[in-house]
Design a protein around this ligand. Sequence first.
Ligand code: ZN
Length: 208
Amino acid sequence: MLELAPGVRQLAGFPRNKINVYVVEDVLVDAGTVAARRRILRETRGLNLRATVVTHAHPDHFGSSRAVCTKLDLPLWAGALDASSVESGKAVTGPGRLSRLLGKYKMAPGHRVDRLLKEGDEVAGFTVLDVPGHTPGHIALWREADRVLICGDVFFNLRRLAQPPGILTWSQERNRESMRRLSDLRPRLVLFGHGKPATYGPSDRMAF
Ligand SMILES: [Zn+2]
């Protein structure tokens, strides 16, 4: 596991930096796909986790939530407007026909959400930000003291910094607003759902 900032670690992941899972203090942030459950349990062994958070209701973020919560007896926290999708295991998708079809299928094991997160809540020293768009209840985690941002899928950082794929995004327009909001925070370190962490100097801006 890699320490990226005080108390903020990234699980090794496979392939590296493709589907990211973080630990912030004693809280697991996102839980990969359903196939990642054993690796997550192995890598977090001995950490004494207190809770698990999902940034949004997509199956590559809550895929192993049920397995981890059940095995370690942990509560699951999620953005209020995404909770019903996390509980049903169905992904929130975009407005097109194909997207709507995708949204009918159960994509990952659902699990009860124990705490509905909303703007301003505190999670392990980070502040919850409501950043709707990719999904209605997408949240980001922001620690102003050292300007660390965990942004989920508001941005993708795979080949370059970009907006998430339209077909998987509930409202591209709302997501663009959330991108601008997060970029205006002037983060120093940004941790993505997909892609390598990015660092910025005080006068840099996230360019997208
Ligand atoms: Zn997503």
